[in-house]
Design a protein. Structure first.
Length: 403
């Protein structure tokens, strides 16, 4: 920290002062919070001589299933892989239409494409930023076979009406719960309502294995096929082949992928899971601080959670209220950066990325709400490892930017 008090008259960051950084250290957006237990387990794993998928992955899966109260989970090396596997295991006719939200990370749509299907984008709600169930209804055609809703920023989407709609039209549901490990509806975890729930353990997520993810099938019978497809379509995994119980031959039962998680990654994940709720409570403190301190600024702040739901508090996503300020979202990002504060954009809508425009012909104006959000949205740092001073710096920076 600099010797000068942040925000003092004439100091960098005071209203009217130029954008000069007052922080010594850049506040990294999405920085993970890892501790001594993760370090020790990584060293123990290295010393064990077994780093690939093995007993630590198996233990991690059992604990994740217990946390989610899910019948089974399969750990993989990303949520992208989880989505791809879930869509493959559904065995939909090639070229099926799969409806998803435009307000998501490109991986959601890319996985649909890689599974051999056509993503159809639904618009979203301007307040919750989640998929608009009525627009999903409008987008259903005779070729529609599945819906991939996203629990955006950790806020549960309208899962009950979506499930009803899916049931009425015979559609599968794959929940993209990349943001939503801690999220619940009626006490039940997001990601356990649909046919499959897919989660991310990427480095910015509330539980990280650096890269990683999992797929939770509603039917535990699907776990064996998911596991096999995650490892080349082989009938026996590496731990079964090389463990101290003796060599086992494998057979390839279908051409699979290389999506398995490693024991080295699970070493981190096991202890990240232990600290998950504590980190959620710390993020809640920062979340409430932001809500209180940013209330007067020309921003739309995250909507309060719906009754009987729990928000995973993954992203504190604000929208610049251009009715009240001439400062644009991109100016906010640049000026936060100049003040040494990292921020994110979640998201510019997927249907307007060049490949999607070229292949599916969507034009600006096709999904007005997603596009409206995409032009105004930015996310603030919300890591459990942030200090009160870090959070205060973020608030002070925004007050300065909008002064
Ligand atoms: C909504 C959403 N879906 C899928 C993914 C893909 O996750 P991963 O990086 O673990 O593949 C992400 C990643 O951030 C995401 O935000």
């Amino acid at each position: 920290m600099s010797d000068r008090l942040p925000g003092a008259p004439g100091a960098p960051g005071a209203p009217g002062a130029p954008d000069q950084p007052w922080r010594d250290k850049y506040l990294v957006f999405g920085a993970p919070t890892l501790g001594a237990a993760e370090r020790a387990e990584v060293m123990a794993c290295i010393d064990s001589g077994w780093l690939g998928a093995g007993p630590r992955v198996a233990l991690f899966e059992r604990r994740l299933a217990a946390y989610l109260e899910a019948p089974a989970v399969v750990a993989v090396n990303s949520c992208t892989a989880a989505l791809h596997l879930a869509l493959r295991v559904l065995d939909l006719p090639p070229g099926s239409e799969v409806i998803t939200t435009a307000m998501t990370f490109c991986a959601t749509a890319n996985a649909i494409v890689h599974a051999g299907h056509e993503p159809v984008f639904a618009d979203c709600d301007r307040t919750t930023l989640n998929i608009d169930v009525e627009d999903v209804r409008r987008k259903i055609t005779p070729r529609t076979r599945a819906i991939v809703p996203v629990h955006f920023a950790g806020r549960p989407c309208d899962i009950a009406p979506l499930l009803q709609l899916a049931a009425a039209h015979g559609l599968a549901v794959v929940e993209d719960a990349a943001h939503a490990l801690e999220a619940t509806v009626g006490g039940r975890h997001c990601g356990t309502f649909g046919d499959f729930g897919c989660f991310s353990f990427y480095v910015t997520k509330s539980l990280t294995t650096v890269e990683g993810g999992m797929v939770a099938p509603r039917d535990p019978g699907a776990a064996a096929r998911l596991k096999s497809l995650a490892l080349h379509g082989m009938s026996a995994d590496a731990w079964q082949r090389y463990s101290d119980e003796g060599f086992v031959h494998y057979e390839v039962v279908e051409p699979g992928f290389k999506y398995n998680l490693t024991d080295l990654a699970a070493s981190i994940g096991l202890h990240q899971l232990t600290g998950l709720e504590e980190r959620w409570h710390r993020r809640q403190e920062i979340w409430r601080f932001y809500e209180e301190e940013l209330a007067g600024l020309p921003l739309h702040l995250p909507a309060p959670p719906a009754p009987d739901t729990r928000h995973a508090l993954h992203l504190f996503t604000c929208l610049v209220d251009d009715a009240r300020t001439a400062v644009t979202r991109d100016q906010v990002l640049a000026r936060l950066h100049a003040l040494r504060i990292g921020a994110g954009v979640h998201y510019r809508p997927v249907h307007l990325h060049p490949w999607y425009q070229r292949n599916y012909g969507a034009r600006t104006g096709a999904l007005p709400h997603a596009e409206w959000i995409g032009a105004r949205t930015f996310s603030l740092p919300l890591s459990a490892g942030m200090t009160n001073q870090d959070a205060a710096d973020v608030v002070r920076a925004l007050r300065h930017i909008f002064a």
